[in-house]
Write a protein that binds this ligand. Structure first.
Ligand code: SF4
Length: 303
């Protein structure tokens, strides 16, 4: 596709493919590259470029969360080249994974252990990880997709199938296998079901103000009736092993008036299962503050 992740990993010798298949010609088919808003929701082709989706007027007005997650994900040059499908499949930024001089990495060398557990783990996950791998998922767009209950359209040797976005990324039981994609299966597109997502935002906290990976992020979409939140959707990034839907936090917000006290209650529940290591305990406090701010700012948006 765009090759922005693959070429990067090939330069580091993390990926050493014997063959590369260029699928960019598929983009001639609307199913693979289109951006369509209809009564049934939003359909995004997997070969749509991040920049085209981020700047699409319908996406900006009806799905600001998606547009913001893409704008904050990468530099303009990368957004022009990188595709949505490649973006959701990008691999972790764990330094031990990306530096092949370290042999201890269960993700790269299954069964070798995890150098990050007792190493430099400031950027690693506090939610959903295991002793086999504590890598954090690096993307932003995926948090928007999982928060909005998106579905993933797949094409493979045995035809087509469709899965929930929440089923695309695997847990850390076998760190070398990151997705549920089958052999030779490709992502054709994503479908976001119909809904009112105008009151939504993506808040990303990073070490520098632009073009860095999230240390903590929150994807929030709210539907309100007066002051009451009738539907809350929350996903967290930068803090978890995979794109992370915070369903328990949503349950706290749903059906009530969203004030700071309730937002803090939701944030505490969202991180109640956090497991920290030597350098990343700060992510629990930062992640909670990020979510509180995202909830309150989203609630105050003028629609
Ligand atoms: Fe490898 Fe995961 Fe450990 Fe990083 S955290 S060294 S990717 S096993």
């Amino acid at each position: 596709a765009g090759g922005t992740t693959l070429i990067d990993l090939m330069k580091l010798n993390v990926e050493v493919p014997s063959k590369i298949i260029d699928i960019n010609n598929f983009a001639n088919d609307q199913a693979w590259s289109g951006i369509e808003v209809s009564g049934n929701g939003l359909r995004l082709g997997s070969l749509a470029r991040m920049a085209d989706v981020a700047e699409n007027a319908d996406v900006k007005s009806h799905y600001p969360l998606i547009s913001q997650s893409l704008v904050q994900a990468a530099s303009p040059q990368l957004r022009n080249m990188a595709t949505l499908g490649g973006n959701v499949l990008q691999r972790t930024r764990c330094a031990y994974f990306r530096d092949v001089s370290y042999t201890q990495c269960n993700k790269r060398n299954p069964g070798s252990g995890c150098a990050a557990i007792d190493g430099h783990n400031r950027l690693h996950a506090v939610l959903g990880a295991s002793q086999d791998c504590i890598a954090s998922y690096p993307g932003d767009f995926a948090q928007a997709m999982i928060a909005l209950d998106a579905r993933v359209m797949l094409v493979g040797n045995n035809g087509r199938r469709e899965i929930a976005f929440s089923e695309l990324h695997r847990g850390p039981d076998d760190p070398s296998r990151e997705t549920t994609l089958r052999s030779a299966e490709l992502i054709e597109g994503f479908v976001v079901p119909e809904g009112d997502f105008r009151r939504s935002m993506y808040l990303k906290i990073r070490d520098r103000r632009s073009y860095a990976f999230a240390i903590a992020s929150a994807a929030v979409a709210l539907v309100k009736d007066g002051d009451t939140v009738t539907k809350a959707r929350i996903a967290l990034g930068g803090v978890a092993y995979r794109p992370w839907r915070a369903l328990d936090a949503e349950a706290v917000i749903n059906g009530g008036v969203l004030n700071e006290e309730r937002a803090r209650e939701a944030a505490n529940i969202a991180f109640s299962s956090a497991v920290t290591h030597e350098h990343n305990a700060f992510k629990v406090k930062l992640g909670k503050e990020t979510l509180v701010r995202a909830l309150l700012e989203t609630s105050r948006l003028e629609i």
